[in-house]
Design a protein. Structure first.
Length: 318
């Protein structure tokens, strides 16, 4: 259980043997039977889950009748990097719903993938909604609306039938009522959960029959959940049967096929150590994370060469 009502040091940034920064936060870790078996910081605290909610939003779209499977379901649950194959998948979702990219209400951005961005600049193109990392989710939401005859122009309203279904799905997966309601960076409604509730939701992805199609799509097509070289993608490739999803402001979830599940919140909002923190928690819960060892540390560079690392810290660090 929680040792005290304080955040813990979850990771340290070490440069030439000198600790120059520390990341504080909380972790909730569940054993396969669903009990809270690993706790750091304040796992009972409510967080805004950001993009870690995308698998559950995808599940709601699926339940609403959106014809999603394979890579299209994976990109609905992911934060893609805007590569050409991602765009093709999003265009496919929209086309099958009789829609174009102009129906998307996520903001226009450059792709996160640098080669893709460079290619667009060379071609004289600019930012676009379809390259935004949430366009797969938005396309899935529009597909669900089209399948039900629901309004398309208000699909991001918290009172829209689809968003009410998203909230219901999240409540079921987390075994708690989501609160508060905010607006995510992409404009979609964002429902708060306790960190432990978020871990329960992550566990449901791999153990619930209802959620299994989403987890299966993510595991079969991890490059659509992230992208080339993306940590979320490499995590699932390194640990077959697992699912993981990062979010803005230092939030991260992961679950193994056996049902170990973790939710991480770094309180300063930095995501750079969240994968390593989650791996440490999964290992403490008894999961074999050895194949993902390269993801367990992040190099610190000096002059373009490694001079240190971002490392996770022992449990109990105040």
């Amino acid at each position: 259980m929680v040792r005290n009502e304080m955040y813990e040091v979850l990771a340290e940034v070490v440069r030439n043997d000198f600790v120059e920064s520390r990341h504080y936060g909380s972790v909730a870790g569940l054993a396969p039977d669903g009990t809270l078996a690993y706790a750091r910081g304040v796992p009972s605290e409510t967080v805004l889950p950001r993009s870690t909610t995308k698998p559950f939003q995808a599940l709601a779209c699926l339940k609403a009748g959106a014809p999603l499977e394979g890579e299209r379901l994976a990109i609905a649950a992911g934060s893609h990097t805007g590569e050409d194959f991602h765009v093709k998948a999003v265009e496919g979702i929209l086309s099958d719903a009789g829609l174009g990219a102009d129906a998307l209400q996520c903001p226009p951005t450059w792709p996160e993938d640098e080669p893709a961005k460079a290619a667009l600049i060379r071609a004289g193109e600019g930012e676009s909604r379809i390259r935004m990392n949430c366009s797969g989710k938005h396309a899935a939401m529009l597909a669900a609306c089209a399948a039900n005859g629901w309004p398309l122009d208000t699909y991001l309203s918290t009172t829209h039938p689809l968003q009410l279904m998203v909230r219901q799905v999240m409540a079921g997966c987390a075994s708690e009522e989501p609160s508060p309601v905010a607006v995510d960076g992409c404009g979609a409604p964002l429902f708060g959960l306790t960190l432990t509730g978020l871990a329960r939701a992550a566990r449901s992805l791999v153990l619930s029959e209802d959620a299994r199609p989403v987890a299966d799509a993510m595991r079969a097509h991890p490059e659509y959940v992230g992208g080339t070289g993306h940590a979320n993608t490499e995590f699932m490739r390194a640990l077959p049967g697992s699912v993981d999803k990062g979010g803005a402001e230092g939030v991260f979830i992961a679950a193994t096929a056996a049902g170990h599940a973790v939710a991480v919140k770094v309180i300063d909002g930095s995501p750079r150590a969240t994968t390593a923190i989650a791996l440490r928690a999964l290992a403490a819960l008894g999961a074999d994370t050895t194949p993902a060892r390269p993801l367990g540390t992040v190099p610190v560079l000096g002059g373009g060469r490694p001079v240190g690392e971002i490392r996770t810290t022992p449990e109990g660090r105040p």
